[in-house]
Design a protein around this ligand. Sequence first.
Ligand code: GLN
Length: 222
Amino acid sequence: MPRVSRTAAAVTPAPADVRVGVLALQGDFAEHLVALRTLGVDAIEVRTLDQLRSVDGLIIPGGESTTIARLLIAFDLLEPLRDLIAKGLPVWGTCAGAILLAKRVPNLDRPPLAVMDITVERNAFGRQVDSFEADLKVAGIEGAPLRAIFIRAPLISRAGRSVSVLATLNDGTIVAARQGHLLATSFHPELTEDRRMHGLFLQMVDEAVVFRATSGSGRPPR
Ligand code: GLN
């Protein structure tokens, strides 16, 4: 079956069909599933260990980071997810998801996953009423700027040396960053019709699948 072209600006065709999970404990996971399925991706809700182990990449959606963190523990997913990330599972955190990935979150005692070398300030732009939109130029995304929606968003106040900054606001505030197989965005690409950010993550997932296939580490059976 021919692969579906994933973005308006063509993305390298995937070498194999990939399955992408969306952590579905709380938050706007449904919108991410719609975005992925529009791109022809096998996308599933992830609430169990078996589901988590069956995916080639995972999106942690926006929502309430403290709630998602508590539910990760309650559903026995926190440690397994951290292990899979250490083994190379590509993960994209949007908004609350970005907070969960960060190694440093000043107003959280113990950041839950603490896997990405970024410092993230929660609710950095103010309250719910201070939510806003902005046009962003994102490294790796061609064409017109991306319309980005920020809802009680975090900002990335510091990015370590192995982290690439992908997008900033006009004042230099970092709002998208990548470290190897990890991607963090302060905003919500799933709330617009523009699928290019999902396309970028799918490229990362494809890269990881190719790497696994060529390094012979294989993926766990589904
Ligand atoms: N303010 C939320 C938090 O700190 C994140 C908001 C969002 O995901 N839109 O978890």
